[in-house]
Write a protein that binds this ligand. Structure first.
Ligand code: PLP
Length: 436
């Protein structure tokens, strides 16, 4: 006991106040290690964990291996410049290529100003950089919920900036349970102020993680009007934008009249739409040069390595390949996996309010499989999935107001999806205490 106390005192002394703000690893990190040590493999570890929890797109491995091999073996790829310092916030070649890519793919109504693009090693790093650049420790960003767990860590762990959850999930709504409600934003802004918090902005994920909700242009415009009126920054994280599979309906903020350009920030990355989460690459487009310059300073510490930038440039500059090979293959496979999952969910009468394949996961209501609607029961169900070797994410870890919701990723190889669904169904059938 004496040893424990002295250790505690020591830890307080060892850590800065800033690094003590959030000492708890997030839900995903806590489970990731466990799952990683016992990963499913149909041949070598058939009892291992199937990970339908992490939002990863692993549908086009073979296509990527071929493309990356081809680029890295091309005559000029390995050159001495890869050995030395470079423009950390984006090489001129990649910056030029990315601006064209964004203009084309996001329907940008204005030409992208290349000096206002900043690259960092992942959207996580970009959000962390934005938090540090736009807000002070203790400040908050409004954030409609449910929302992906780790978003909070991106803001808080280094920047000391928290998100202020704004519950925007109306289960009783039959048309759109995730409709943007400016009146709710307004009341939470006032509530935060009453709590003595300095609200610096709003973070919107579009398409949303975990719900898959795609915001209409009217909703986006309402957000911009609200943020401009309240002098709030607004970050549009569009990391899933190109996974809407050419279905239409998705509107990038860049395709709209931006009402307060100095406070509006567009974010995208390669992890989801291209399935290259290991490349660690995110990009932010902001129009205020002072903010951009600060972000470039941050990028010094979180740069995408130069060989990776060169590889990405090789990929993104080959628009013909992206249009004729990558996207058609990705969309076909994603649609097939979505159908496979949706069929099982429909058969089990599991509600999926945004059931279109708008992102790479499905948000579903498993509340009828709980003994009672509580967080404890939700975790019990989660644990039963884990015991069956299946990892999916419980909604209350994603700030859901209602227990029993889960997020399941479907952009994995078919064999893993099938095995995952088999385990999923087995768990639900075993604990069947259903009214339907
Ligand atoms: C909405 C959202 N933003 C950012 C990230 C982090 O992406 P990256 O791999 O680029 O750091 C994720 C990852 O799941 C995400 O879902």
């Amino acid at each position: 006991m004496a040893l424990l106390v002295s250790n505690q005192v020591k830890n307080e002394e060892l850590l800065s106040k800033r690094s003590r703000v959030n000492r708890n690893p997030d839900f995903l990190s806590k489970n990731y290690l466990k799952i990683g040590l016992n990963k499913y493999d149909s041949i070598t570890n058939s009892q291992g964990y199937i990970n339908l929890g992490i939002a990863e797109n692993r549908l086009c491995e073979d296509i990527w291996i071929k493309k990356i091999t081809e680029i890295s073996r091309s005559p000029n790829f390995v050159s001495p410049d890869l050995l030395y310092y470079y423009q950390f916030h984006g090489t001129p070649e990649l910056t030029e290529t990315m601006s064209r890519f964004i203009e084309t793919r996001f329907g940008s109504i204005e030409q992208i100003q290349q000096d206002k693009l900043v690259f960092m090693d992942g959207v996580a790093a970009i959000l962390n950089g934005l938090a540090m650049t736009l807000a002070d420790p203790g400040d908050v960003f409004l954030c409609p919920t449910p929302v992906f767990t780790r978003i909070r860590n991106y803001f808080l762990d280094v920047g000391g900036v928290d998100i202020y959850p704004v519950p925007m999930f109306d289960v009783s709504s039959s048309d759109d349970p995730f409709r943007m409600r400016i009146d709710i934003l307004e009341s939470y802004l006032q509530k935060a102020k009453k709590d003595g918090l300095n609200v610096r902005g709003l973070l919107l994920i579009n398409p949303n993680n975990p719900t898959g909700k795609v915001y209409t242009s009217t909703e986006l415009q309402q957000i911009m009007i609200f943020c401009k009126r309240e002098s709030l920054h607004v970050i549009f994280d569009e990391i899933y934008a190109l996974s809407t599979q050419g279905q239409g309906g998705f509107n990038s903020v860049l395709s709209m009249d931006i009402l307060d350009p100095k406070r509006t920030h567009f974010v995208w990355g390669l992890s989801k739409d291209l399935g290259l989460s290991g490349f660690r690459c995110g990009v932010v487009y902001s129009q205020d040069i002072e903010i951009v310059n600060r972000l470039k300073q941050v990028a010094l510490f979180q740069a995408v390595p130069s060989p990776t930038q060169k590889l990405i440039n090789g990929i993104l500059s080959d628009s013909a390949w992206i249009d004729s090979v990558y996207f058609p293959a990705y969309y076909n496979k994603a649609k097939a996996m979505h159908t496979l999952v949706k069929e099982v969910l429909d058969e089990l009468n599991i509600p999926t309010p945004c059931s279109g394949s708008n992102a790479i996961f499905i948000w579903m209501d498993l509340s009828k499989f709980l003994k009672e609607p509580s967080k404890e029961e939700e975790i019990k169900l989660f644990n039963r999935f884990m015991e069956a070797g299946l990892f999916i994410i419980p909604g209350m870890e994603m700030f859901s107001q209602f227990p029993g919701w889960f997020r399941l990723t479907y952009t994995l190889p078919e064999q893993e999806i099938r095995e995952g669904l088999r385990r999923f169904r087995k768990v639900l059938m075993q604990g069947r205490n259903l009214s339907d």
